[in-house]
Design a binder for this molecule. Structure first.
Ligand SMILES: C[S@@+](CC[C@H](N)C(=O)[O-])C[C@H]1O[C@@H](n2cnc3c(N)ncnc32)[C@H](O)[C@@H]1O
Length: 232
């Protein structure tokens, strides 16, 4: 895969091997993700052997949920995973929670979660790319985006493809947050891409969340992670 300079500038130092290698990292086919077996333990979720979600992210999920629910109303969550952020969303004062999830086994968990949820909850099954248009434009008060890269082209940038849809689906004044993959500030590429789809510089804010990943965590090795707060 061709990795350009702008893209590489946002990859953290601990991913040096990735920067230097031109080999593909993702060894499964995106189309097989939906039916792949989801291996849950008390502390993590693996699909195709990949660390899709780990519970040290709990404080970060809580922070993202607080941001996404800060206007109340209808909140869209993309990527159910272990349902950690979903639980925090349900603790907030909202009218409706919509969940988009692609993996069939994870969808089952999301449906059973929705049946017991405090607030009205709807689960849309499929890749967000295929189901997002089921949601009317300018209908959402908040969005929490936390999916997982399913092709090499999406590595470290699976959120960028969603930005235009975030802008389109949010009401004016609606709030967008996402798993940023950033340690303490937005890399320039985030700002460029957010502005390209219509978000204004003065409405692109963030705060830092403190996390405590285990030393052997493969994908995060520091004690902060950036929580985006983007208002339409
Ligand atoms: C990091 S986990 C989400 C973690 C979740 N926020 C939590 O608190 O447990 C990512 C989830 O996104 C799903 N996913 C990945 N790519 C997707 C896509 N394109 N559309 C919908 N769901 C996707 C995965 O199957 C996985 O369940």
């Amino acid at each position: 895969m061709k990795k350009d300079k702008d893209f590489l500038s946002q990859i953290p130092d601990w991913e040096k091997d990735y920067k230097e290698s031109s080999e593909n990292e993702i060894l499964f086919d995106k189309k097989d993700w939906k039916s792949a077996s989801a291996k849950f333990t008390e502390h993590d979720l693996k699909i195709f052997g990949c660390a899709v979600m780990e519970d040290w992210e709990t404080p970060y999920m809580e922070d993202l949920a607080k941001v996404a629910c800060s206007n109340g109303g209808v909140v869209l969550e993309l990527g159910f995973g272990m349902g950690i952020s979903a639980k925090f969303i349900q603790k907030e004062k909202i009218d409706k929670h919509i969940i988009i999830e692609a993996n069939k086994e994870v969808v089952k968990k999301a449906i059973s979660f929705s049946e017991k949820a405090k607030h009205k909850t709807e689960v849309l099954e499929g890749f967000w790319e295929d189901v997002i248009e089921k949601i009317p434009d300018e209908s959402l008060d908040g969005i929490l985006f936390d999916t997982y890269p399913l092709t090499d082209k999406e590595l470290y940038q699976n959120h960028f493809n969603f930005f235009a849809f975030a802008f389109k689906k949010l009401k004016k004044g609606g709030v967008f947050t996402y798993y940023s993959d950033e340690i303490n500030t937005f890399g320039d590429v985030h700002i460029v891409k957010l502005k390209e789809v219509g978000f204004k510089t003065e409405n692109i804010k963030s705060r830092l969340c403190t996390v405590n990943p285990p030393v052997d965590c493969e994908y995060w090795k520091t004690n902060t992670i950036l929580t985006p707060i983007i208002i339409k």
